[in-house]
Design a protein around this ligand. Structure first.
Ligand code: DAH
Length: 362
């Protein structure tokens, strides 16, 4: 008969060599089954020949061995289970070409509640102003315009002086300006790019300049200190107001995918003569009057005009031979109209809940 040490040794070797659940189960039956080696070992002990002390001692040792066998069997069972699921999921991922992941192994072992909602991945979305800008750029590209973005930080010359707005001009008061300590400004208008483009490309010229502008404004539902404009400039021979109006109407019908009601009023800007304000019917209230249109039913959308001769001269263009029109479209305001956004503060708020509603298929 085997000594308890021999039996334990033999058991450990057998269990540790088990490769799958079936082998573990066979080992369990062999050692712990009703007719297993442990039971047999116990049966062969002649209890009558043992003193009560010795019997007690034997009982204790026997129970310890039984516990050890049971624990070892259950550990080995878990181990082969994990090994088997690892093997399964690795071959599955190898087949699918995906990288191996530790979680795929764990998820096979851990119970999964299939009724819980999935975690999902957000792919993000484009900002509504970016969407409108991209749409406008497409429309203008179709009409053969250059696109240039210009600079957020601009010289006083290009932002004002070159645009017929010298330092003592009252029109400087129209734009509350952020001045930098080095004398430059945060661009108050994308018009700043007009003379830069004339210098760079000469004439004839058709270009748009989308970009960010800054003004020292008190922020409310329709004013922001940081906003977007899209400037347009066309210089050629014999350009008139008729060209301006037809391009603006074409543009708006393409942006809103329908004919939009417009009105043209005289407007003053030092760099155009004559100058206009092109208003569109408020699309938020349909012209009835609301907070966004200040109850007028109209929204100032497109200031525009015929390029002032002094601006052409700043760009080294002879105003006797060339003429042009310009416009400064409020991209931020257009996005508000297009997506019925009632408060301008949403754009720069960084509030993902508001911004992620705008999706686009690229
Ligand atoms: N730059 C002007 C502004 O921000 C808007 C503007 C008016 C642009 C008339 C133009 C224009 O090109 O012709 O207030």
């Amino acid at each position: 008969m085997k000594t308890p040490e021999e039996l334990r040794e033999q058991f450990l070797v057998t269990v540790e060599s088990c490769q799958d659940i079936k082998e573990v189960e066979a080992a369990r039956l062999k050692y712990l089954g009703r007719k297993g080696l442990l039971a047999e070992y116990r049966k062969n002990v002649d209890f009558k020949s043992l003193s009560p002390e010795e019997r007690k001692e034997f009982g204790k040792g026997f129970n310890e061995m039984k516990n050890l066998f049971e624990t070892k069997i259950s550990r080995q069972r878990n181990e082969v289970k994990i090994r088997e699921t690892q093997k399964e999921s690795f071959t599955a991922t190898e087949r699918s070409g995906e990288p191996r992941s530790a979680t795929s192994v764990v998820s096979k072992v851990m119970p999964i509640d299939m009724t819980l909602p999935g975690s999902g991945h957000s792919i993000g979305s484009l900002h509504p102003i970016t969407l409108v800008q991209m749409e406008l750029e497409n429309i203008f590209m179709g009409m053969g315009f250059y696109i240039e973005t210009g600079y957020d930080v601009e010289t006083e010359y290009y932002n004002f002086e070159a645009l017929n707005t010298p330092s003592d001009h009252p029109a400087r008061e129209m734009q509350d300006t952020f001045w930098l300590t080095n004398g430059m400004v945060l661009r108050t208008q994308t018009s700043a790019q007009q003379v830069r483009a004339l210098e760079k490309y000469g004439v004839p010229l058709k270009a748009i300049f989308p970009g960010r502008c800054f003004r020292y404004e008190t922020v409310d539902s329709s004013h922001e200190n940081t906003f977007y404009q899209l400037e347009g400039l066309v210089v050629d021979r014999h350009i008139t107001v008729a060209n301006l109006i037809s391009v603006m109407k074409l543009l708006l019908s393409q942006v809103f995918h329908r004919d939009v009601e417009t009105r043209l009023r005289p407007g003053y800007f030092p760099f155009v003569e004559p100058g206009f304000e092109l208003d569109i019917n408020c699309l938020i209230c349909g012209g009835k009057g609301c907070k966004t249109c200040k109850n007028s039913g109209w929204l100032e959308l497109l200031p525009c005009g015929i390029v002032h001769p002094n601006v052409l001269k700043s760009g080294n263009v002879d105003p006797e031979k060339w003429s042009g029109f310009a416009f400064g479209l409020g991209l931020t305001r257009l996005a508000m109209m297009k997506y019925s956004i009632p408060d301008i503060r949403i754009f720069n708020s960084g509030d993902i809940r508001a911004l992620e509603q705008f999706t686009v298929s690229l």
